[in-house]
Design a protein around this ligand. Sequence first.
Ligand SMILES: [Zn+2]
Length: 191
Amino acid sequence: MHAEQVEYSPTFSEILANNRAFVGQGGAGERPETGRPAKQLAIVTCMDARLTELLPQALGIRDGDAALIQVAGATIVNPYGEAMRSLIVAIAELGVTDVMVIGHTDCGTCGMEAKHLLATLEQAGVPHDAVETELAREPRARDVLTGFNRLEDEVARSVRTIRSHPLVPGSVAVSGFTINIQTGELAPVDV
Ligand SMILES: [Zn+2]
């Protein structure tokens, strides 16, 4: 039996080589015992690639401390979408009692327009007909693909969505913040 030949992209190949080196050097060492966050904390934040190291450093958290939920703009778009589902699971199954929503400065979701985004996707090879079909089929598509205007307003909106969710216990603390993507400084958001 011979292994199936898989053609990976250059990026995948690089990551896989990194992983072989990592494992070859002994791997991760001592690990937290469970996925239950030790600080009983969940964080909803953006997928921005600059947050990968900055966020845990700026907050003083390490592996095992917090459940991280990363979605574009740190926005809870849908009360039963993936981000909210993750939060409900974190509260019910992982013992989370505190939820921080952390938007960031210079966020790509700020000012994002569905029209521009769809045009870019067409340039990348999505047929125009497919775009038109999706917009006709899914009335929420345009809203979902539209970003926000003001960071603080968007964070506040997500905080309110979580606080007022019928399946979130009133005892759960939910607050909103912005993080400066250059300095890592947190600022509270009035809700
Ligand atoms: Zn962002």
